[in-house]
Ligand binder design. Structure first.
Ligand code: PEP
Ligand code: MN
Length: 357
């Protein structure tokens, strides 16, 4: 159910409607929009008659026939823009005019490796740094990540370069730590339907980057995002990272058609991962160009200073000079679409101090 408030409804009227909903044991999600506020109701089975349409400020109460509500454009017609205030007043966003470029290695392997990649992507204009400290690996014998030591290195990178940190949580325990150290909590493809983890992410205070499952439909992806939002965290970024198909010329099949499909149904930002989406370095730049051209809000791309010796996903990691080339090409495509890719670092590197969380 969805309560659409009148454009001129006051804050008190919105609050009164929320209180009435909660008094009936349901949950109210007030979502302010450019034109009017909508209040999503969760916890109900079908339409409940509690007299909301009689209340002052209410324009209409509508049944939502889709299995998801809060992710839907019915609730919020305008795009969600996620804001990341910068220390020097410079703000980064995901979902706005700037394309969010999230770049970095698959895994944090050492302080030297992580800083070498961070220096490069920062210099070339990336505003977000990726790097796994907890790695969901197919084999239990593969490198599993540095754990909290990796998170501490990431926090040092934020302190030095002002890059916002995106890193994956694989269970409740790691989510607790990722929430503390990072700017964005990544939920990986393998956990897209780990509902208990999604609910925990929904109670986190940081935005969530939700990757599409290896064989998930669009509706399943949106329902996973709904799990996060239904717990009160409305800052969700969707990510297309390729799905498993019969093809054997690439690791996965990058489904760029999901970008406009998501944009039609949902107000949430959607970015593309051309690295896991292809698994092969020579396909990463072409598919990145295509992702931006199709209207994605950004990219998450793997870059390594020495891909041949990477502990994970070296074959799909760009060399630094390839990342430079990619950024140049993206700027040109973005300009045609009236979007921007920053060309300068937001801030010069800062002298190093003890790691700040
Ligand atoms: C990753 O981003 O490093 C990762 C493991 O991605 P995915 O969950 O899409 O496989
Ligand atoms: Mn990877």
């Amino acid at each position: 159910m969805l309560v659409v408030m009148q454009a001129q409804a006051t804050e008190e009227q919105v609050r009164a409607v929320c209180e009435k909903i909660e008094a009936h044991g349901l949950r109210a999600h007030s979502i302010p929009g450019a034109q009017r506020t909508a209040i999503g109701i969760t916890g109900n089975q079908g339409m409940v008659e509690i007299g909301l349409d009689e209340m002052p400020g209410v324009q209409e109460v509508i049944a939502v026939s889709k299995p998801y509500k809060l992710v839907s454009r019915d609730v919020k017609p305008e795009n969600t823009v996620i804001h990341f205030p910068g220390s020097d007043g410079a703000e980064d966003t995901i979902g706005g005019r700037d394309l969010a470029i999230i770049a970095g290695p698959c895994s944090i392997e050492s302080r030297e490796q992580a800083f070498a990649v961070a220096e490069c992507v920062h210099r070339l204009g990336a505003r977000f740094f990726r790097g796994g400290a907890y790695k969901p690996r197919t084999s239990p014998y593969s490198f599993q990540g540095m754990g909290v030591e990796g998170l501490k290195i990431l926090a040092e990178i934020r302190q030095r370069y002002g890059l916002k940190i995106v890193t994956e949580a694989i269970d409740h325990e790691s989510l607790e730590l990722v929430e503390e150290y990072a700017d964005v909590i990544q939920i990986g493809a393998r956990n897209m339907q780990n509902f208990s983890l999604l609910k925990r992410a929904g109670r986190a205070k940081k935005p969530v980057l939700l990757k599409r499952g290896l064989a998930a439909t669009l509706e399943e992806l949106l329902m996973a995002a709904e799990y996060v939002m239904s717990e009160g965290n409305y800052n969700v970024i969707l990510c297309e990272r390729g799905v498993r198909t019969f093809v054997d010329h690439a690791r996965n099949t990058l489904d760029l058609s999901i970008v406009p499909a998501v944009q039609k149904l949902s107000h949430l930002p959607i970015i593309v991962d051309p690295s896991h989406g292809t698994g092969q370095r020579n396909k990463v730049i072409p598919l990145s160009r295509a992702a931006v051209a199709v209207g994605a809000d950004g990219l998450i791309v793997e870059v390594h200073n020495d891909p041949d010796h990477a502990l994970s996903d070296g074959a799909q990691s760009l060399f630094p000079d390839q990342f430079e080339q990619l950024m140049k090409e993206l700027r040109q495509i973005a300009a045609i679409l009236h979007r921007d890719v920053p060309s300068q670092p937001a801030q010069p590197p800062r002298p190093q101090t003890a790691a700040a969380r």
